[in-house]
Design a protein around this ligand. Structure first.
Ligand code: URA
Length: 266
């Protein structure tokens, strides 16, 4: 057995122990084995300083350990979209959990051509648990349909945060950071050919930039080896109809790229 395989087993046992002992917060351990080809010292254990637990109810601690297990499942290629939705529903990692009605993990096909990423649920999405179902969502569906895309046929629709920010404010960078592992897991599973970012907040979060959506829209950016295409948020088009023309041009650019990708695969 290789050192890497033994390390995986040791990490799994550590997580399993953490899961069984509700109340225990898993430490990060570094394992080495005496017979490892490259290893001289034995089993060094690094006690990493513990972040204070914000939430101390046993239930919440068990949830944090479940999250560790879910992430290790994701690494082991055993993750599912349903498991992510369950983890999102159980999440209490940021204050948005206190004001949400429903979590909104996302919806669509499981092998999408396009993953659409918005900023976060609004009032209608919070009520229904589904992404982009309000006025902006209906416009998004029309925009997608104009280039032969839909959540029923070839898209998955998600958001950078899965709970509604109160009063439709922008999600805070800490909220986006805490929620990011869900989107990372979704992208790993969905393997979209293109990511379509709706609006400034989603684009800036995904590309890690402060550049404006005015500068970014309509140009492909490589994001973790997936072409990412920023566009104006449909709600911006509802407020400012002059954005409709450039958005239509952007949709045509996107369709041309998708046609090329599809032709390459055929
Ligand atoms: N706006 C978003 O960014 N996402 C939604 O799900 C709805 C509106």
């Amino acid at each position: 057995m290789t050192a890497e395989q033994k390390t995986r087993i040791a990490e799994f046992l550590d997580l399993a122990g953490a899961y069984l002992r509700s109340g225990y917060k898993s430490q990060t351990l570094t394992y080495q084995f005496a017979d490892d080809e490259s290893a001289a010292p034995m089993a060094t254990e690094q006690a990493v300083p513990q972040a204070p637990l914000v939430e101390t109810r046993p239930q919440a601690i068990a949830q944090s350990d479940k999250r560790s297990l879910a992430i290790s499942n994701a690494e082991a290629g055993m993750d599912t979209l349903e498991a992510i939705a369950v983890d999102v529903a159980a999440c209490s990692a940021c204050p948005l959990c206190a004001t949400r009605t429903n979590t909104v993990p996302g919806e669509g096909v499981s092998s999408p051509l396009v993953l659409v990423i918005g900023e976060g649920p609004g009032e209608n999405e919070d009520k229904s648990g589904r992404p982009f179902v309000g006025e902006a969502g209906q416009l998004l569906d029309k925009m997608l349909a104009s280039i032969d895309l839909s959540r029923e046929k070839n898209c998955f629709i998600a958001n950078v945060v899965k709970c509604r920010p109160p009063h439709n404010r922008d999600p805070l960078s800490e909220e986006i950071a805490v929620c990011a592992s869900f989107l990372t897991r979704q992208i790993a599973l969905l393997k979209p050919r293109v990511i379509l970012c709706a609006g400034r907040v989603a684009t800036q979060a995904m590309v890690k930039t402060t550049n404006s959506i005015k500068n970014l829209h309509g140009h492909f950016i490589e994001c973790a080896k997936i072409p990412l295409f920023p566009m104006y948020h449909p709600s911006a088009l509802l407020h400012d109809p002059t954005l409709k023309r450039p958005s239509w041009d952007d949709l045509k650019t996107l369709r041309a790229r998708l046609d090329k990708l599809v032709a390459l695969k055929a």
